[in-house]
Design a protein around this ligand. Structure first.
Ligand code: HEC
Length: 239
């Protein structure tokens, strides 16, 4: 029994090593820098696939894209890449599809390449994995809030943001939203702007949403804050 388990372990360990050594392509070009092109700051449920691919570009000293450079993606936060490595195209770019790890929280993705001398350079992409409650908040946000709080229109909805006399903030606007206490977030969502001497264009949601829906929305707002939300007291503990 034990020998069989050990064999399985060895086989698994071998499997982990095989793709990077045998199937990783060999670089035909080398740059000196790697930069992020797109796919940063996406939000999805833990374990879900990000909507947009993550794209890195390898550049030469002049900042021009280098074709044929090897890019390898990795993550300490359990993210999975398809493909995890490959060569840059004629534009110097390499694109991968990302499935987030199973744990919620900030997720860092690292893209690495090597210059001619073998020195590694890398760029980090920050993504956000939502837990179950935060994912519910994201769904409710899309349904009820984002038409006013998000200034961009999508195929499914036209933004109302620019028609409002007082501009609401994007929920990712941590500089503003992190200043508002949880109790006040709940209050403005529950009772609306007018009840708090704010703009009456912010509707009251107590007729539409349950208390736990409103908790989910505040959890989502905290999860997507940029800069990240830091609960009070964490800093006070070490004066
Ligand atoms: C019809 C447009 C509209 C919708 C829909 C809307 N809001 Fe607002 N919201 C506003 C406006 C306008 C303000 C700014 C109020 C002020 O500062 O006087 C605001 C302010 C807020 C604030 C205070 C922070 C800020 O952005 O200034 C929070 C929190 C908030 N809304 C949450 C929500 C949530 C959660 C939903 C969805 C359940 C939602 N809002 C839906 C218009 C809207």
């Amino acid at each position: 029994m034990r020998a069989a388990a050990l064999l399985l372990l060895l086989a698994a360990a071998g499997c982990n090593r095989t793709p990077s050594s045998s199937s990783a392509p060999v670089a035909s070009g080398f740059g000196v820098a790697i930069v992020g092109i797109s796919g940063e700051k996406q939000t999805a449920g833990a374990g879900a696939t990000l909507d947009q691919p993550v794209v890195a570009q390898v550049n030469d000293a002049q900042g021009t894209g280098v074709a044929g450079a090897l890019v390898q993606f990795s993550s300490m936060d359990g993210a999975h890449f398809d493909p995890p490595s490959g060569l840059t195209g004629s534009d110097g770019q390499f694109s991968t599809t990302v499935r987030l790890g199973g744990a919620s929280g900030r997720t860092s993705l690292v893209a690495t390449t090597q210059d001619k001398s073998g020195k590694r350079v890398q760029v980090t992409f920050a993504e956000i994995a939502l837990d179950y409650q935060q994912t519910l908040g994201q769904v409710l946000n899309e349904k009820y809030c984002s038409r006013c709080h998000n200034s961009e229109s999508t195929a499914e909805r036209v933004s109302n943001h620019d028609n409002l006399s007082v501009a609401p903030h994007a929920f990712s606007d941590g500089a503003t939203l992190n200043q508002i206490s949880r109790a006040n977030l709940v209050a403005i969502i529950t009772h609306g702007g007018a009840a708090l001497s704010k703009s009456p264009e912010m509707p009251p949601y107590s007729p539409t949403l349950s208390a736990s829906d409103i908790e989910a929305l505040t959890a989502y707002i905290r999860a997507v804050a940029d800069p990240p939300y830091r609960p009070q007291g964490v800093f006070n503990a070490n004066p």
